[in-house]
Design a protein around this ligand. Structure first.
Ligand SMILES: Cc1cc2nc3c(=O)[nH]c(=O)nc-3n(C[C@H](O)[C@H](O)[C@H](O)COP(=O)(O)O)c2cc1C
Length: 221
């Protein structure tokens, strides 16, 4: 088991997984530990569904079809993918690093679109967690879910496992709700594919930098 700082340093968004499933006792331990996340008034607003096996295969097939059809794009939390200013620069830098690692040329729109569709295949992960936020909760409780999600990803890293948080898995919530039997009043906030990293995959050679401490944090006395 890795110390916390080590797990934080090692966690990365992994975009190619091996097919091997994680043993159920390990899954249950990790998800039980993730429950320790803090939340506003200890409300614990996250409702989590973990898809594996046949359920995940069906979901993957449905999302791959929907993902190729713009008409079916209906996220519960609108997302246009547009970032302003410095955030746009970082977005472009991260994308350039990923496509370079994958050997995809900047102007190869077809290859980029195909790489994007890999999101809906959950990058071949054997498991995917879907984090729902029940109505009427909003931004404040979404923060709680973010803390939960980071707990989960760090715990997976500490176990030698890998994950990818994916907004893309929230673009067709009606399909996810239908297949997992989730009521309409629970809104889909985040998907996380996870499993064993495929260490040979070019996409997983991608590394992203972070802004300097002074650009993100001001200390006041
Ligand atoms: C809320 C959230 C949504 C994300 N959505 C996607 C996604 O849809 N597809 C994807 O490939 N990566 C996605 N990512 C991964 C980010 O691109 C990645 O975390 C970022 O580039 C930093 O790289 P790192 O996680 O490897 O440190 C998402 C990350 C977060 C936190």
């Amino acid at each position: 088991m890795l110390p916390t700082a080590e797990a934080i340093a090692q966690r990365r968004a992994v975009r190619a997984f091996l097919p091997d499933e994680i043993a159920q006792p390990t899954l249950e331990r990790v998800f039980a530990q993730a429950q320790a996340a803090p939340s506003n008034c200890n409300a614990q607003p996250w409702i989590v569904h973990v898809a594996s096996g046949t359920t995940l295969r069906t979901l993957r097939e449905r999302l791959l079809v929907a993902g190729a059809d713009l008409q079916q794009y209906r996220p519960d939390f609108p997302f246009d993918g547009k970032f302003p200013g410095i955030y746009r620069e970082r977005q472009h830098d991260a994308a350039a690093r990923l496509y370079t690692a994958m050997g995809i040329a900047r102007d190869d729109r077809v290859a980029r679109a195909q790489a994007g569709l890999r999101n809906y295949a959950m990058f071949d992960a054997p498991h995917a967690a879907f984090v729902f936020l029940p109505e009427p909760f909003g931004a404040r409780e979404a923060v709680d879910c973010g803390m939960y999600a980071q707990n989960l990803m760090l715990l997976l890293t500490a176990e030698g496992l890998a994950s990818c948080p994916q907004a893309a898995l929230t673009f067709h919530p009606h399909i996810v709700r239908e297949l997992l039997g989730v009521p309409a009043e629970q809104r889909l906030l985040l998907g996380i594919s996870f499993g064993h990293e495929d260490r040979q995959a070019p996409a997983n050679a991608c590394r992203t930098p972070r802004a300097a401490l002074a650009d993100a944090v001001r200390f006041h006395r």
